[in-house]
Design a protein around this ligand. Structure first.
Ligand code: SF4
Length: 349
């Protein structure tokens, strides 16, 4: 037997992977005796992600799911939308999460002008660098991608351009170094993305409801695959920094709903991909998940309209730590003091 015999796999094995690639060798046998390289060999972390994202199971969904979802959303939302005083009501994943937290914090947050920080710029530059990686030919290094991302964003007329431009040399070098770490981790842990997987960065999703008076919108960091007929095939991926959080899962459920309203077939899987840890958290998309997400959207629209007509309610929680009006909020101050007592903050050693 050839020494290489164990390094080949029959092509049917490779084809059966939705995101297709041989499991361990990077080689396939095409026809009797003919072997071709399929791509680079994967390290264990990359293989784990391929195993989690790839699947031979493609759920099917009924033809009229999109119409039913849209109809129920519009019937439920319209009474609130009619009361909204400011024209079109836009609903993004951030507004959804914030309004379902503390209404008073939501109102205060929206009144504050957004200001870039090193932490927020870091996430945006990392997203841009990965977007460039996916669109680019050849094998750029993480540092090439970070510098290109920084240059492109600096040239943009958006506020991040001005923020990057005013950084001192040392701050800029620190930023490059920390984003480089994130991008290098992505390249070390995510399998190389084949064009055959139909990758799309910053894929826009949007649903105009109730005669355009309510717009649900977002942009998916990365989508892979596509539906075939009524068979779901797309995987939606959102890059996340920091620790896993329930709101990350809700973000992706919202995108799954918008994707369904857009093309009629839901994605197969949604994935929060944690850039620092190089770990995915996946969730299969079901019809029940879409209906519960639709109801969450309806509740959010009701609250978004309500806070324009009555005082916003306070709901103390962990979000008090980042609330711009925490110092003037008795409920939030008391909550944080209790939390610190439980954590032993301020206790004598
Ligand atoms: S401090 Fe807490 S309870 Fe008070 S407004 Fe802010 S988030 Fe709400």
């Amino acid at each position: 037997m050839s020494l290489l015999a164990g390094r080949y796999v029959h092509i049917s094995t490779a084809i059966s992977m939705t995101l297709g690639c041989d499991r361990h060798t990077g080689w396939v046998t095409v026809m009797a005796g003919e072997q071709i390289p399929l791509g680079p060999r994967l390290n264990p972390a990359q293989q784990q992600i391929l195993d989690e994202l790839g699947s031979t199971t493609r759920p099917t969904f009924r033809d009229d799911l999109r119409d039913h979802l849209r109809h129920e959303l519009e019937v439920s939302i319209r009474p609130f939308a009619d009361d909204y005083p400011d024209g079109t009501l836009f609903v993004s994943k951030r507004r959804l999460t914030m309004i379902h937290g503390c209404e008073a914090r939501f109102v205060a947050d929206e009144a504050e002008p957004f200001e870039w920080s090193i932490a927020s710029a870091r996430g945006t530059i990392a997203h841009k660098a990965i977007e460039l990686l996916i669109g680019r030919r050849g094998t750029p290094t993480p540092l090439d991608l970070v510098h290109d991302a920084l240059d492109r964003l600096e040239a943009e007329e958006r506020s991040i351009g001005a923020f990057i431009a005013q950084l001192g040399e040392a701050e800029r070098a620190d930023l490059v170094s920390s984003v480089n770490d994130v991008v290098a981790t992505f390249m070390d842990t995510f399998p190389p993305i084949s064009r055959k997987w139909v990758p799309v960065s910053e894929s826009r999703v949007r649903a105009d409801l109730c005669d355009d008076s309510v717009v649900l919108q977002g942009a998916v960091d990365l989508s892979l695959g596509r539906a075939r007929g009524n068979e779901a095939g797309k995987v939606l991926i959102d890059y996340k920094t920091g620790r896993p959080n329930m709101s990350h899962i809700e973000d992706l459920r919202f995108y799954a709903l918008l994707e369904t309203l857009k093309i009629g077939i839901p994605p197969r899987l949604v994935v929060s991909y944690y850039l620092e840890a190089g770990q995915p958290r996946t969730e299969a998309v079901t019809e029940e998940l879409l209906w519960s997400t639709a109801m969450r959207v309806v509740d959010a629209v009701e609250k978004l309209v309500a806070v324009t007509q009555r005082p916003a309610q306070k709901s103390p929680g962990i979000g008090c730590r980042w609330c711009p009006i925490a110092a003037d909020c008795d409920e939030g101050t008391a909550f944080l003091a209790e939390l610190d007592d439980e954590d032993g903050v301020g206790a004598n050693p």
